[in-house]
Design a protein around this ligand. Structure first.
Ligand code: F6R
Length: 262
């Protein structure tokens, strides 16, 4: 896992947007896996700016969102569909047909999840999966002890995640308890995983994700087995990492490897 430590959230978002734009430069019909939540907001703001300044064109980009609350219609202000429209899609030139989302009110949950997996396969798989991390180490809505090989399906949120997400709702009781989420197995098939975190409240989860044992109790720790994961965090989120100085050195010197080829 590549660990990049930045000074603040602004720099994290800048780095993440740069990685996405670099990948788009190599593949114009990039397949992006997208997340919602506070962490991804700044990345979307950067991507919108980059779109306006002509650094990225979304005309051929296809997207798949990670998760959705069960029970919320797509025009519900707390649905992830609404979040994506407000914070990214309505500001860029993405084609509606290229946006894929899990529905909050599918007629048949199992069938809907199967079709979602099929749509990802048909798109050729996810090139870059952007993600945040929960304080309990969840990725997508794969809560602790989710199967490490799970596919897209319904899950039940922990009380901790419900409490964390209550800030977006009028009251905690309004937070849906059931969700749909890509599985951990689905996420692990993305070619590149880009996981971001800022702030002290994520520091324990980041330590367990990067330096703890691989365990279903910390779903993000499975990323230690992913061949191409980049984690971008700020100093606060990185505070418990024991190899912090090493990660910084590696990042600052990564271009020097090519010196040996001369
Ligand atoms: C959201 C998602 C979640 C969040 C995580 C962090 O689509 O899949 O895993 O990324 O809960 O949320 P924030 O960024 O709000 O701290």
């Amino acid at each position: 896992m590549e660990v990049i430590i930045k000074a603040n959230n602004d720099e994290i978002c800048q780095e993440a947007a740069r990685i996405i734009i670099d990948q788009w430069t190599k593949k114009k019909d990039l397949v992006l896996g997208l997340a919602t939540g506070s962490t991804s907001l700044g990345v979307y703001a950067r991507l919108i700016e980059a779109h306006r300044s002509g650094e990225i064109d979304f005309a051929r980009i296809r997207t798949f969102n990670l998760d959705e609350y069960l029970g919320l219609a797509e025009d519900h202000p707390q649905s992830y569909a609404y979040f994506m429209d407000q914070n990214l899609f309505r500001h860029i030139n993405i084609k509606r047909a290229n946006i894929h989302r899990l529905e909050g009110r599918p007629r048949d949950i199992d069938e809907h999840c199967r079709a979602y997996e099929q749509a990802i396969r048909q798109a050729g798989g996810i090139d870059v999966q952007l993600m945040g991390i929960g304080r309990n180490g969840h990725i997508g809505f794969n809560e602790p002890c989710s199967s490490l090989s799970s596919r897209t399906r319904s899950k039940t949120l922990t009380r901790e995640t419900v409490a964390d997400n209550a800030r977006f709702f009028a009251k905690e009781e309004a937070v849906p308890r059931f969700v749909l989420t890509m599985g951990i197995g689905t996420i692990m098939e993305a070619r590149t995983v880009l996981i971001l975190a800022y702030g002290e409240k994520k520091s324990e989860a980041i330590f367990r994700c990067v330096e703890g044992p691989v365990t279903a109790a910390v779903p993000a720790s499975i990323l230690q087995l992913h061949p191409q994961t980049t984690l971008v965090v700020d100093e606060d989120a990185a505070r418990h990492l024991t190899q912090k100085e090493y990660y910084k050195w590696v990042y600052q010197n990564k271009d020097r490897v090519s010196e040996y080829l001369r």
